[in-house]
Design a protein around this ligand. Structure first.
Ligand code: COS
Length: 383
């Protein structure tokens, strides 16, 4: 454990209180305005949440995976946009740097990522390379003293706010697959780097994505992550293994939140002269949701502990992401059903979770990609 149990308990309690007292009252406003109020960003930074999983020597809290998912179990009990604000700095935006960066690269960026001064983004997906990430086309041509990047990245979370991008680009055009890919740390404001308009999305208002465009964008040689070419795809996969576990924890949290909302509604709402919670058909929906959320919670905790023990969790992280994201889809669907007409009305909030949850089955690898990862690894393990 990175924190002693008292400190960890204190952190969990303060996040729980912060979600209840500060974030939940703002859910509707954030959805309406599609922005997180700046004072909330400051409070999140003051609590150290931008640096949950960044090592202590760089100013983060250095949480273990188990501790991180326990925080996500609490932070995820509100609109996912709040979690998304710190999601990239703790996850896909910083982990490549933490896992494979040079000391100098870590020293340059991690303290500012941990404090929230700098937001980071993970630029892997392209218009024609989504699930098939190894086919990416963005190029990084070696020139005197550095590289020149050309290409377009798509659906990049937090790009409109990012000061730093981890960009995956092909350094070796003779290698069409994973082997020719390298990772680069590219700062916002570098000439030749521009952003597309912010995407309009189905849900998760307040969290923003956009294209990131490289047009003869010149970066210095020391922007190459870890100083080694050809390692980028492997870095991306390792980052995603970890990210999938974090997203699974967020799915558990959202499920628990909407189950709680559904239960309270079912106890209050009366039909046929009694609370609908007393009807067995409604009870069945509550019980199925509770059971599935509990199963996902156990999977996530167990896999996080295995990761902390140093085990390879690529398969189990994919199992978690597959089960937890599909589970929360079923749970939010039942939540709408339990709320009936009120569940379909925008002001009530349940329909917003229904739309927000849809992304979990898509990003950081679709459910179908998780199935492929799991089955392939099973076959490989057989030898
Ligand atoms: N950890 C470390 N290395 C890994 C790895 C992992 N989890 N998964 C794959 N690799 C390595 C492989 O070992 C292989 O290296 P070698 O050739 O040296 O053995 C290399 O990476 C290529 O792997 P593979 O051959 O499995 O690549 P594929 O092109 O077949 O694709 C999938 C693999 C489909 C699993 C991958 O493209 C993927 O995860 N796609 C989804 C991408 C995604 O999640 N996008 C979401 C957007 S980011 S928010």
């Amino acid at each position: 454990m990175a924190l002693d149990s008292e400190t960890m308990q204190g952190l969990l309690e303060s996040v729980t209180r912060f979600v209840r007292e500060r974030l939940r009252p703002l859910e509707h406003q954030v959805a309406q305005e599609d922005r997180i109020p700046p004072e909330i960003r400051r409070e999140i930074a003051d609590m150290g949440l931008f640096g949950l999983s960044i090592p202590e020597e760089y100013g983060g809290l250095g949480l273990t995976m188990e501790e991180e998912v326990r925080v996500a179990f609490e932070l995820g009990k509100t609109s996912p946009a709040f979690r998304s604000l710190i999601g990239t700095n703790n996850g896909i935006g910083s982990q490549g740097l933490i896992m494979d960066g040079t000391q100098e690269q870590k020293r340059r960026y991690l303290p500012r990522l941990a404090s929230g001064e700098l937001i980071s983004s993970f630029a892997l997906t392209e218009p024609e390379a989504g699930s098939d990430a190894a086919s990416l086309k963005t190029s990084a041509r070696k020139v005197q003293g550095g590289y020149v990047l050309n290409g377009t990245k798509r659906f990049i979370t937090n790009a409109p706010h990012a000061g730093l991008f981890t960009v995956f680009a092909r350094t070796d055009p003779s290698q069409p697959g994973a082997k020719g890919v390298s990772a680069f740390l590219v700062e916002a404001g570098t000439p030749g780097l521009s952003l597309g308009p912010t995407d309009r999305k189905m849900g998760q208002s307040g969290s923003h994505t956009s294209d990131v465009i490289f047009a003869d964008c010149r970066v210095p040689a020391d922007a190459l992550l870890g100083g080694r070419e050809g390692q980028g795809f492997r870095t991306a996969m390792k980052v995603l293994d970890r990210g999938r576990l974090h997203i699974s924890a967020v799915c558990v949290a959202m499920a628990e939140r909407v189950i709680d909302d559904s239960l309270r509604y079912a106890v209050e709402r009366k039909q046929f002269g009694q609370p609908i919670a007393e009807f067995q058909l409604v009870q069945a929906m509550l019980a199925d949701s509770r059971t599935e959320a509990y199963a996902a919670r156990c999977m996530v905790l167990e896999t996080a502990r295995a990761k902390d023990r140093g085990e390879d969790v690529a398969t189990d992280a994919a199992c978690c992401k597959l089960f937890a994201s599909e589970m929360v889809g079923r749970v939010v669907d039942r939540a709408v059903q339990i709320h009936g007409g009120a569940g379909y009305i925008a002001d009530h909030g349940i329909e917003r979770f229904y739309r927000d949850a849809r992304l979990f089955r898509i990003y950081e690898g679709t459910s179908q990609i998780q199935q492929i990862v799991i089955a392939r690894n099973m076959v490989k393990a057989l030898g």
